[in-house]
Design a protein around this ligand. Structure first.
Ligand code: M6R
Length: 609
């Protein structure tokens, strides 16, 4: 989704900003722009619909020496992705230049008011009100800082903004509310600005995370911070990020989606590394140690997440209830915030997020801030907002996930949920067996990947169907939902996920020869019931692609196409099945020659509610 980069210092600001924007590209965007001050203190704006590369040739070579610049990648919310709606947005005389992430919820009212006062708008964006509003206050208030403060205090919604002005060409102003923004402190009189710290890690690890209602005034040699509400200065708290930016290279893979699917075995290993000792029956989660005593007293867990992370949460619900006997419910973050349900101090809010920047998930965390309950996170991106907002948590350690479709993150989230279920368990049930199985799982995941050619030939057989049904029971049910999501998002084919037992309560009416079903029918105590559901589909002429456990012969006669999974426990089946479903969706998308890493209309990090 939208990204912001800024730079002030001795380097070429345009270079730093454009490189930073490149680092944010994987998040998904549709247009890009940069604003900078030339050597005479005049402002320049270059923007276009399309990719960051396209901006370089448009910048006058002489201006590559500019020392102050802000840049933006836009993911359209208000108005289509075109050059006019791309950021930066400016006021009438081009003296105030703004890039913005988030959504200004009261922009229509502000726009009306400003229009009455003679302001003209050229874009359809909410952002454009910001430079005009600052301009308006500039005419009534003393300094630029006062005008900006007044304008920001009028805005409702979410924002991370960077502003430059010809009135003070040696400064960058930055502020945030419910949208991340970080300032990097460089070595030689320079500062960086980014909506994601990873994008500036190559320059500095010393950063100041802005808090809500902070206004930063950045010059080459000074960072001044103030609280917008109270209008009083604040001391900038710099911290050292203790992580490295993993080098993300494609290697021999044609795209990140396939690369990340093939990273499943490594993702499982990384999630369990140093955390389990199967022979001793030990699960150690360092990230939960500080809340270990509190965790003994909890009586309810509410898992909150979006998309694929939500489906991982549904697997977690079965796992934690079975192994730790703690009631769990899973809610969509985008709905959670509207509920007025009772939430006691002995409840835990467990958020799951690959990016750690999903606005709905952050809103859920903020909602329970004053409830006195524990707020935990399962997060992949180190140092992200969710990681920072939670009391404790467990990192996935899956490494950066670049493709918009989440693949290896699901694998590692479910692995971490298994660890948490075991960690909270008193060691009963199949505790030791599951722990042992976790050690074997990377090898089994590799065996699934070794079947990629077979899965590809089945996928190609089905590539022209317009609708798909995905079904499963118990641990396989969330996996069916996730499989359908994967197909929808990367191949643009309609797919629905259902609990197998629900088919005859309605969806069975859809089934005919043109509506294939991908059935998760791996070995479990419920398998016979699932088989009955599949018979019902078969009886209506629905083609069946079945994922079954190796050696299960019962299923052979039902399947039009059959993919075997290595024998594994019920609880780990979702991990192996997910790999099959990811590959199936991938090969259909590949056959359709779409942009698999960056599906249309989607963004990697969904930073607006
Ligand atoms: O970064 P998060 O895990 O919080 O993201 C949640 C969803 O936006 C994400 O899983 C989305 O559904 C993916 N595109 C699915 O592949």
């Amino acid at each position: 989704m939208c990204g912001i980069i800024g730079y002030i210092g001795n380097k070429s600001a345009c270079d730093v900003v454009l490189n930073g924007l490149r680092a944010l590209e994987y998040r998904g965007y549709d247009s890009v722009g940069i604003a900078y001050m030339d050597n005479h203190g005049a402002s320049k704006v270059v923007k276009q619909a399309g990719r960051v590369e396209g901006i370089y040739p448009l910048i006058n070579k002489a201006n590559l020496q500019s020392h102050v610049a802000i840049g933006h990648t836009r993911w359209a919310t208000h108005g289509s992705p075109n050059i006019i709606n791309a950021h930066p947005h400016i006021n009438g005389d081009g003296s105030i230049l703004v890039v913005h992430n988030g959504i200004i919820e009261n922009y229509l009212e502000i726009k009306q008011e400003l229009t009455k006062n003679g302001y003209t708008f050229i874009s359809q964006t909410d952002t454009e009100v910001i430079p005009h509003l600052i301009d308006y206050y500039s005419k009534h208030l003393g300094t630029f800082e006062d005008a900006l403060t007044a304008a920001l205090n009028d805005l409702k919604g979410a924002y991370a903004v960077a502003v430059i002005t010809t009135k003070e060409p040696d400064k960058i102003y930055a502020a945030k509310l419910s949208s991340p923004l970080v300032i990097g402190v460089g070595k030689h009189n320079e500062y960086f600005l980014a909506s994601d710290p990873n994008a500036i890690l190559e320059h500095t690890k010393k950063v100041v995370f802005l808090e809500d209602y902070d206004l930063a005034i950045i010059s080459r040699d000074k960072l001044f911070l103030k609280d917008l509400h109270k209008n009083i200065p604040k001391h900038p708290k710099a911290e050292l990020l203790d992580y490295d930016r993993d080098k993300v290279v494609l290697g021999d893979f044609p795209n990140f989606t396939l690369k990340e699917i093939f990273e499943a075995p490594v993702a499982i290993k990384a999630a369990t590394l140093g955390r389990i000792q199967a022979d001793k029956g030990i699960v150690k989660l360092g990230g939960l140690e500080i809340v270990a005593t509190q965790l003994k007293l909890i009586d309810r867990i509410v898992i909150v997440a979006c998309g694929t992370s939500y489906y991982a949460g549904l697997v977690g619900e079965y796992l934690i209830e079975e192994f730790a006997s703690i009631p769990v419910e899973v809610q969509l973050a985008s709905e959670f915030k509207y509920r007025k349900e009772p939430f006691s101090r002995s409840s835990v809010l467990l958020t799951i997020s690959q990016s750690g920047e999903t606005a709905d998930t952050i809103a859920a965390l903020n909602k329970v801030k004053d409830y006195g309950c524990l707020r935990l996170g399962i997060v992949n991106a180190t140092g992200s907002s969710v990681a920072r907002l939670t009391d404790a948590g467990v990192y996935c350690h899956a490494g950066p996930e670049q493709a918009v479709a989440s693949t290896k993150a699901f694998i590692s989230q479910v692995t971490v949920l298994i660890l948490i279920a075991l960690y909270l368990s008193d060691g009963t049930n199949s505790y030791r067996k599951l722990l042992k199985e976790l050690e074997l799982l990377p090898g089994k995941a590799q065996k699934v990947l070794d079947q990629a050619d077979k899965i590809k030939s089945i996928a190609l057989k089905y590539k022209n169907y317009k609708d798909f049904m995905y079904v499963g029971r118990k641990y396989c049910y969330p996996c069916a939902l996730e499989g359908a999501l994967k197909l929808k998002e990367i191949s643009y084919i309609h797919a629905e996920g259902y609990a197998a037992g629900e088919m005859k309560h309605g969806p069975l009416a859809l089934i005919d020869k043109d509506f294939p079903t991908l059935a998760l029918a791996t070995d479990s105590p419920e398998l016979d019931k699932t088989i009955s559901n599949l018979e019902e589909i078969k009886a209506r002429g629905g083609p069946l692609v079945i994922i079954a456990s190796e050696g299960n012969k019962k299923i052979t006669k039902l399947a039009d196409d059959l993919i075997y999974l290595p024998e594994t426990m019920e609880q780990t089946q979702p991990i192996l099945s997910a790999i099959v479903l990811q590959l199936f969706a991938y090969f259909i998308a590949e056959a359709k020659q779409v942009d698999i890493d960056r599906p249309r209309n989607l963004a990697k990090s969904v930073t607006v509610e």
